[in-house]
Design a binder for this molecule. Sequence first.
Ligand code: ATP
Length: 725
Amino acid sequence: MSIDLKLEPFFARKKKEIGVELNEVQQRAVLQTEGAMLLLATPGSGKTTTIIMKIGYLIQEKGVDPARIKAVTFSRASANDMKTRFSKFFPELPSVHFSTIHSLAYELVRDHFRKIRTNYQIIEGSAEHEVVISGSGQIDEMRNGLPLHKKIILREMYHSLHGDNITDDQMDELTTYISYIKNKMIPREKWSEVKVSVPLAERILEEYERFKQQDREKLLIDFDDMLTIGCKVMESDLELLHKYQRKYDYVLTDESQDTSMVQHVIIEKLASAHGNLCVVADDDQSIYSWRGAEPSYLLQFSDTHPGAVTLFMEQNYRSSQNIVDTANQFIRRNKHRYEKNMFTCNAESDPIQIRTMAKYSDQTKYLVQDIQKVTDLSEVAVLYRNNASSISLMNEFDRAGIPFYMKDVDNRFFSHWVVEDILNFMRMTYTDKRPDILEKIHLKFNGYISKQQMAVLKELHNNESVFDNLLNGVPLHDYQIKPITASKETFQEMRGMPPLHAIRVIRDRLGYEKALDKMCERLGFRREYLIGILNTLEEIADSLETMEDFAHRLKYLESALKTSKSKRGQNAVTFSTFHSAKGLEFERVYMIDLIEGIIPSSEDIKQHGIGREEAMEEAVRLFYVGMTRAKRHLDLITYRERDDEQVTPSSFVTNVRTIMEPSNKESLAGASAGLELKAGDVIYHTLFGQGNIVNINGDLLEISFSSGIKTLSLTTCLEKGLITN
Ligand SMILES: Nc1ncnc2c1ncn2[C@@H]1O[C@H](COP(=O)(O)OP(=O)(O)OP(=O)(O)O)[C@@H](O)[C@H]1O
């Protein structure tokens, strides 16, 4: 490209007006208006800034009508963000079309259905959304006795197939499975190849699809259908396709690493008449492949668009030198990526801190202590992989009086059946005369009262202890008598007990934890998740005096969680998952729960073990997204014990340590030369567990693990943080 950048008055003018001076690559990206362009950028490199400047340039310098520019983003939040930033940069210009791909697809679908006179109803989203969009102007509330909402329909279908209720986690998995299939455009005959642990998921999906299309007068469509139908319409209705193609002369997309196949197809078709397509992405921040994102599209972009210009924006304006350098080296452990070299001209800051706590509970104590010292809390974020981490955080922060803003409010904890169970056990200590309370937990403690026995018990209306009634008026098996008698006494003893003590008695002496184990076996629940809930309840109960206080505390925390949403933008710490932190930046970032089994997750490790690297690479990217949110201070926190069990610090943390202190690697490598590491030594491998070094041959270590002898490269193990001694 032979453009003399200095001669472009646009940049000089904008610098004067808004104080932003684009670097050379950013300027080139702005000036390259015609044809296809892939703009690959690293975190904090000014992707959004550049897109906005490009749009302004098209309008002010090229005389393009703003209405003929379409800027598409992945989420509604980023579409709004872009709109706001655009009006700040170019207050004199009218806004252009900033929208999500979903709303673009919805426009198409609406036009098409209007044309072919088909009524439809959206069955997903908030209630208002559903009401607005009924094609016939009328709202059908029910069909075949089912209320018309995606989750209610799926729940009912699950129930009628299994005779059991679907859990929230299963519902999440089921809807993710459906979205994945739709977004990846997987044909019917290949559905069975998609991994899912919800029993009969494939059949439920089949029935769900049939149900939506059953009424010829009125189609039901969910958000995924908007995409698949929108895409089909672009193929079948050429008149409509051309109408949309003629609407816009320039198409720009942001966050394209998170765009799915069906979404790519829609964008490609929209831009194919003129080919003016600008795709902005960071393949290293692709973290939604589980939902059907297709970053491979980026890797193939220049094949599908011969003559496309590819530019790399690699200068990071956000983070300090040490954070940028370490993150840049860290992401290189991934193989399936565009090689980029992120750099910064920013100064050094505090070194990245790695904190290895003795046990899990030390983590929150440390966070509270450290964050208490900070004055501007809006510049602090605590990031975690799983939402489950947020409840004990909010409990401790609330106790310490530190305000917080929760990015993804997940109320599920408070309505989880394990929480309900514990409260019901506690209620039984106040009165054991209520069969209705017993009925909620009768299968979950020693003595195991069957449904039939429960039915007989409920017929005895004498206001006596349910245990006495069971022992005197209900036919029991001999083996039940002793545990039921003991349970009666235990409940009596528990009266007035501090809640922490009470929960321990419920878990152990009353046999609740044993009952959970059985349920996990039978119903496939994740044990560690359920035990995690019990442990969090113990944390909440800690230091409270009565079970009533405990029940109040739960109610209080539930409402604190809801109101934490309103603290956005105030002087409050942000709690967020790594996923939801994408696009944000903070002065201080604390990444927590960095242990093997969480990040990487047990599933990531399992897949890696059988040679499938995709999941592990995605976990690496997720960790990288977390690291690159920090401007000047980054804390990585791990621990060695959780729930009374030994855990292993994340191999990603070990990897970061090796990057920061290459002397670690050298000393270990030196050790392998016979200085310290020798045959017979015990080492710990993140995947294979504990092992004994059998032999050392240069870089090759022969190690005996319980699963057999393996020969491994010491350099690779150290680089990836796979072994410690
Ligand atoms: N040329 C520039 N000079 C100075 N600051 C810049 C420049 N370009 C971008 N920035 C600043 O860098 C920061 C990151 O920019 P932006 O939010 O556009 O990045 P991004 O690439 O979208 O980030 P990410 O993908 O990590 O979320 C912003 O604070 C922005 O103002």
